[in-house]
Ligand binder design. Structure first.
Ligand code: SF4
Ligand code: SF4
Length: 60
């Protein structure tokens, strides 16, 4: 099962990931993003590619 993670130290709170994930894995958590629904991830890697900070990694 793919497993997305956020490096909170790198996240700048642009919320690109919140908007781009097709299954709403991410949510806003104050000024950072958080993983709200990890089990929904389908491993498309859009978040990993699009995060401008390189803060997201998706493990297979
Ligand atoms: S796309 Fe990256 S920098 Fe932007 S909110 Fe998500 S994890 Fe943070
Ligand atoms: S890999 Fe795709 S489905 Fe998984 S969290 Fe990233 S954007 Fe969402």
């Amino acid at each position: 099962m793919p497993k997305p993670t956020i490096d909170k130290g790198k996240c700048k709170g642009c919320f690109t990931c919140v908007g781009i994930c097709p299954v709403e894995v991410f949510a806003k958590d104050g000024k950072k993003a958080k993983i709200a629904k990890p089990n929904e991830c389908i491993g498309c890697r859009a978040c990993e590619v699009q995060c401008p900070q390189g803060a997201i990694k998706v493990e297979d």
